[in-house]
Design a protein around this ligand. Structure first.
Ligand code: DON
Length: 578
């Protein structure tokens, strides 16, 4: 009698086929590039939060586009496939380092509308009304993404603009498999009857009512039409004409402030990034209105004075020095940083100087946690920030590098879609300090650099960063995560520079976060041992565990090979090289 009968054998063959099919067609597209082993390639790399967006960028590289072209195509594709953070209704930053040594940055952070005022969120009692800085039409800033991508293309792009928008048009028009990651949002949306979200329901639910099951094909005809206007008319295809009119109509009907004039006046800016050095590397990170570059360079300057490697990775002593550096950089951030156009005297050069780093280092006690002194602001306590944003990294065959981080602020932003447009609007106005002069223990900060003003950009923590050696880009890094972004970027850099990790290891390693106030350190819930925690607490720190911190999609070059790592904390992330 055979060990396996005929029926069993055909069953086995069937099962094998299913397994192979699942691995090739199901598991691959649905999963992040795995963990510690980075993707290696010789000619180019795209790493983003969605496999279809990484593919769109990769196709652009393969057809002769440069890193900026590929970043633009990836960003537009993410606006379709990753609606929680990918966007055309939000804003962000792009840092560029060419293989030729040319370095620049693009600022497409949202702006406050012309009619905005410093106390626009306050009621007669001086308190914020109805969470209106985070929810509803008043929370929406004038979007910057399309202007930023268009400006970067004008300055540095190689392929025709339409070629870069087209993959997004096709994804929106023909559809793609809906992600399981969206299910929670879709369920909540299906339950709301609020007419304010009618167009959101139309865009995200089947027939405006039903939740798409994971894997079901999701088409977005209104978004496809908006993208076609951008494809055909560039910047003006968003800020003028049909899209601008639809946005302004929606705002007027629902008590929002953004007008066609706001949109017509919006311009992105090209500006130098923040530049620092760390152990022989050049660090280029986003300049204000992002606080990221300043805070990152401040922390690196502080930490450069310690033999970090000798302390051991994520040892209690090491985490102590990290969190002391974080505490100090975040205090500076709250005191000094805002939109430079409205804060002409921001002491940027002083904050990022080696002398300031050394002075801050001098105030650190190596075996005792310091207090987070908030007395200079009258006892403030910072609001928690949401953690939805997305970062992508690109390197092309010449060795040009792009780090791009953009956001809607909260996951799915304001959740508002203007009728007929098909895309989500940001709620970035919540990044301003909402109550002038008012600070309290519930989390509000009222310091002047970041108060609301017409056409002002709100302070950000997004930290797209490129680290170079001898004029050549080596490491491209960035992450979502609100204020944790800066600390995530810091730790990836330290993991590579001080601890010689591969980019896969550097991205996967457990992270911590301290932001000065509240005076507590967040540990990722997996990875830092109870023993380490005990030793760390014995130095005087307080610890809180959190799920995960950030989703760093990074690239590192070594000996001419390009390594890409999509953070396994990301649902659909993917590094694709060629
Ligand atoms: O610009 C900022 O710093 C925030 N609006 C970013 C929000 C964020 O990262 C949430 N994400 N993961």
């Amino acid at each position: 009698m055979p060990l396996i009968d005929k029926h069993d054998r055909s069953l086995m063959i069937y099962r094998c086929l299913i397994a192979v099919f699942s691995v090739v067609f199901l598991a691959l597209p649905a999963q992040a590039q795995s963990g510690r082993i980075p993707v290696a390639a010789d000619s180019g790399m795209v790493v983003s939060s969605h496999y279809l967006a990484s593919e769109a960028g990769m196709e652009v590289l393969r057809s002769g586009g440069n890193a900026v072209d590929a970043a633009i195509a990836t960003a537009f594709a993410l606006a379709v496939t990753l609606p929680s953070a990918g966007n055309i209704g939000g804003g962000g930053f792009l840092v560029y380092h060419g293989a030729d040594g040319y370095v620049t940055a693009f600022n497409f952070r949202e702006k406050a509308p012309l009619a905005a005022t410093a106390d626009m969120y306050l009621g007669p009692d001086g308190r914020i009304q109805n969470n209106s800085n985070h929810e509803g039409p008043l929370a929406v800033g004038v979007p910057g993404t399309v202007a930023g991508l268009s400006l970067a293309h004008t300055r540095l792009g190689a392929l025709p603009w339409a070629r870069l928008v087209q993959p997004a048009v096709e994804l929106a028009e023909h559809g793609f498999p809906s992600s399981r990651d969206m299910t929670g949002f879709l369920r909540r949306l299906a339950q709301t009857g609020d007419p304010l979200y009618a167009a959101t329901r139309q865009a995200f639910l089947k027939d405006g009512e039903q939740v798409y099951a994971p894997g079901e094909i999701w088409q977005q005809p209104d978004l496809a039409a908006s993208l076609k206007r951008i494809r055909d008319h560039g910047h003006d295809g968003f800020y003028k004409g049909e899209t601008a009119r639809l946005l302004a109509d929606f705002m007027a009907r629902h008590g929002g402030l953004i007008t066609e004039e706001d949109l017509a006046r919006y311009q992105a800016e090209e500006q130098p990034p923040i530049h620092g050095t760390y152990r022989g590397y050049d660090v280029y990170a986003m300049s204000p209105p992002s606080s990221g570059g300043i805070a990152l360079v401040t922390m690196l300057n502080i930490l450069e004075g310690y033999p970090l490697k000798a302390l051991g990775h994520n040892s209690a002593r090491y985490l102590h020095l990290l969190s002391e550096a974080m505490r100090r950089a975040f205090a500076d951030r709250a005191e000094h940083v805002g939109d430079p156009k409205f804060n002409p005297n921001m002491p940027v050069d002083r904050l990022i100087s080696k002398a300031h780093g050394a002075a801050l280092r001098g105030s650190i006690v190596v075996d005792r946690a310091s207090e987070s002194d908030s007395s200079r602001f009258g006892g403030l306590y910072l609001a928690s920030e949401s953690e939805e944003t997305t970062h992508l990294s690109v390197m092309d065959a010449q060795g040009d590098a792009v780090a791009l981080t953009y956001t809607l602020e909260y996951s799915y932003g304001s959740r508002l879609v203007a009728d007929g447009t098909g895309f989500l609007l940001n709620n970035e106005m919540g990044d301003f300090n909402p109550m002038p002069g008012h600070t309290d223990t519930r989390g509000y900060i009222g310091t002047p650099p970041n108060l609301v003003a017409p056409e002002k950009r709100m302070l950000s923590s997004m930290t797209p960063t490129i680290v170079a050696r001898d004029g050549t880009p080596r490491l491209i890094v960035g992450s979502p995560g609100g204020r944790t972004i800066i600390n995530t970027v810091l730790q990836v850099i330290l993991n590579v520079v001080d601890f010689d990790m591969t980019i896969g290891e550097a991205v996967e390693a457990p992270r911590i976060h301290h932001q000065w106030l509240p005076n507590v350190t967040n540990f990722e819930s997996l990875g830092i041992s109870p023993d380490t925690r005990q030793l760390y607490e014995a130095l005087g720190h307080r610890v809180r565990f959190r799920g995960t911190q950030g989703r760093a999609h990074c690239i590192l070059t070594e000996n001419g090979v390009i390594y890409g790592a999509a953070d396994s904390r990301s649902y659909d992330g993917r590094a694709i090289g060629y």
